[in-house]
Design a protein around this ligand. Structure first.
Ligand code: F0G
Length: 427
């Protein structure tokens, strides 16, 4: 039942603690001594109300954090998110067997809750009093909620004016101390690492390997929903690349344990203006070169120096995966289609659907492949982006699927007439 930390670069093994980077510069990953597990063990827990197994993370406890006492787990619960197939999205991508796993259905509206429940439980276990993270918004919202629940102090470092109000309001409301940096996410990430090691805050970014353990359950759960039959492709947006690393680890562990026979291929999609991983992949390079001033409307993935690039590079190769980039125009159109299907997501999430379409056009994905796109965050996380798209106010965005609101003048005599005219021409 023992778990250790292993450096992914030099293979050094240490006892789990609060140091997440090895002296050689490599990141640690968690290594478990797995007990024998079966699909049935996890299937029997479906629908249970027994804590913590009612959570879509802790249902897989043996593969996530076998050593922690059930009583030490801090859970909302999280996970148990739906898989949706929508005709309009399938037609848009050109693949009929395409579904979307909606991680925006987690308690704070993004996939981050899955990693957070594990890492905050571990923070409590280690006796931490203050937890900290840098964030483009969702991690800070999630951390603030779990810190509040567990009675820990939370400090979040966010780029000033660069995170959406939906996310900022969550961090403030849940009571975290919000530090707004006059810089970008990469500056905030540097500062939080320095502050954590100087002041002793427990770091909750995804370089904390316990976060990765929780995020693996997106894959476990989606395979369980598909009765353990892997799709050909799993497509996810890439920012700091924690999720990509988690997906790859999940796939190789399930395969190693014999719970799946085939490995699905991973496709990671970045925004063109924040694409260091795409550049590394397509140049077949060995070292990541940071993008100095990353830009994209998908603020969640506006990251120039992703912390987990080295883990991500290995796992993409191990699954026979690919890395793609898409423009903001493609992201916002794909979002409009996902939204109009009635499912809805935030801009960064739609990068997965935009990426699926592009990979299909390029012939990498075939029309009869089965595909699961991960929707990482809820539609309501970024209402500004949605409204500006539909009012056609986004610079450089063609807004092909805009649904422009109609304005009527407050003149009671003619309002009904104008309304009738407008409605006759639009519906
Ligand atoms: N989608 C959303 C909605 C996100 O919030 C993030 C990351 C990603 C995709 C990319 O995931 O970083 O694991 O590659 N958000 C982080 C944050 C950076 O601070 O909330 P990743």
């Amino acid at each position: 039942m023992g778990s250790t930390f292993r450096c992914i670069r030099c293979n050094k093994i240490i006892q789990p603690g609060t140091t997440f980077r090895c002296g050689c510069g490599g990141l640690y990953e968690v290594r478990h001594e797995f007990e024998e597990v079966t699909r049935e063990l996890f299937d029997e827990r479906l629908g249970t109300t027994k804590k913590p197994y009612d959570s879509g993370v802790w249902r897989f406890k043996e593969l996530v954090h076998p050593g922690i006492d059930d009583g030490d787990v801090v859970s909302r619960p999280e996970g148990n998110t739906n898989l949706y197939r929508r005709e309009i999205v399938c037609d848009y991508v050109g693949v009929q067997s395409l579904s979307m796993k909606h991680e925006g259905e987690n308690p704070t509206g993004s996939f981050k809750d899955r990693g957070m429940t594990v890492a905050i439980s571990e923070a409590k276990h280690c006796g931490a009093s203050t937890v900290a993270c840098a964030s483009t918004g969702n991690t800070s919202a999630s951390m603030a909620a779990y810190a509040a629940q567990s009675g820990l102090n939370g400090v979040v470092f966010v780029p000033e004016g660069e995170i959406t109000y939906g996310k900022l309001s969550q961090a403030l409301a849940y009571g975290a101390k919000v530090i707004q940096i006059r810089g970008n996410f990469d500056d905030a990430m540097r500062l939080v690492q320095e502050a954590s090691s100087e002041i002793g805050y427990y770091l909750l970014n995804s370089l904390n390997p316990w976060r990765i353990e929780g995020q693996k359950t997106i894959i476990f759960e989606l395979l369980q929903q598909r009765r353990w039959s892997p799709p050909d492709w799993i497509i996810t947006p890439g920012g700091n690349l924690g999720n990509t690393s988690a997906f790859g680890k999940a796939i190789s562990e399930l395969h190693g344990l014999g719970l799946i026979e085939e490995k699905p291929r991973l496709a990671v999609v970045q925004a063109e203006g924040a694409n260091p991983f795409y550049r590394l992949w397509s140049s077949k390079g060995k070292e990541l070169e940071a993008v100095e001033n990353p830009h994209t409307l998908a603020s969640a993935i506006k990251i120039g120096a992703p912390v987990s690039w080295e883990k991500a590079l290995r796992v993409v190769s191990n699954t026979g995966g690919v890395v793609e980039e898409v423009s903001d125009d493609e992201i916002m159109d794909a979002k409009a289609i996902v939204d109009r299907s009635g499912v809805g997501c935030e801009p960064a999430s739609a990068a997965s659907v935009a990426g699926a379409r592009k990979l299909k056009e390029e012939g990498v994905i075939h029309q009869d492949d089965s595909v699961v796109c991960i929707l990482t965050g809820n539609l309501l996380k970024d209402p500004d982006a949605t409204i500006q798209y539909h009012t056609e106010k986004l610079q450089g965005i063609k807004a092909r699927f805009s649904n422009k609101p109609v304005v009527l003048e407050p003149d009671s005599a003619t309002m009904l007439q104008s309304f009738k005219k407008v409605i006759a021409s639009t519906i």
